[in-house]
Design a binder for this molecule. Structure first.
Ligand code: NAP
Length: 158
């Protein structure tokens, strides 16, 4: 992906690693890009899987931070109404639920709601990418509880 984007003509492409929930880091990143910042894709995610009764407050908070927290920080860092688009990547976990991922499912639906309030924002409900890092890192996504997802999922290999 990186090599492909880098090879496209007419694109000034660079990678920056920042904590998107840090207001100072986001101001430093986005400030110099104004007023040419056209839009933003929110692709961040953190998993902290456990069955619901064993989920701690902290395990809700860090998963929410990677979704709603990132949008909130962007709103504080820049005038979000000046962007042409804000596109959040969300999950069908929020629609169907996934065993052990109440926090992740809820955080995605919260982000869906918050993005829908933006004039030029929407959330994209991604299919599951079965061989993605996120799926493979998930402790609760096993073959058994993926059954109801399979027909809504795909491989990164295409
Ligand atoms: N993969 C799927 O099947 C699937 C399905 C539906 C929806 N989605 C959504 O699609 C998006 C991309 O998923 P993916 O599969 O590419 O997952 P991924 O490889 O785990 O990518 C998520 C990225 O978010 C970053 N991140 C988390 N918190 C951050 C923060 N505070 N600041 C900056 N970066 C942060 C992580 O960085 P670190 O590596 O440094 O932690 C990681 O690089 C996510 O929003 C996910 O919810 C994925």
């Amino acid at each position: 992906m990186y090599r492909y984007l880098k090879s496209l003509p007419g694109i000034d492409f660079r990678l920056e690693a920042v904590d998107a929930t840090s207001l100072m880091a986001m101001k430093n990143l986005c400030g110099p890009l104004q007023p040419n910042l056209g839009g933003c894709f929110i692709l961040s995610a953190v998993l902290a899987d456990h069955v619901f009764q064993h989920l701690s407050q902290e395990e809700f908070e860090k998963v929410y931070a990677s979704k709603s927290g990132v949008l909130r920080t962007l709103q504080e860092a820049i005038d979000i109404s000046s962007l042409d688009f804000v596109i959040a990547f969300s999950s069908i976990s929020g629609l169907f639920g996934t065993q052990g991922q109440t926090n992740y499912a809820a955080a995605n639906t919260a982000l869906d709601e918050e993005t829908s309030r933006l004039a030029d924002g929407f959330s994209f409900i991604c299919p599951g990418i079965l061989d993605s890092t996120l799926m493979l890192a998930s402790e609760s996504v096993t073959e058994k509880n993926l059954d109801h997802f399979i027909e809504w999922s795909m491989s990164a290999e295409g």
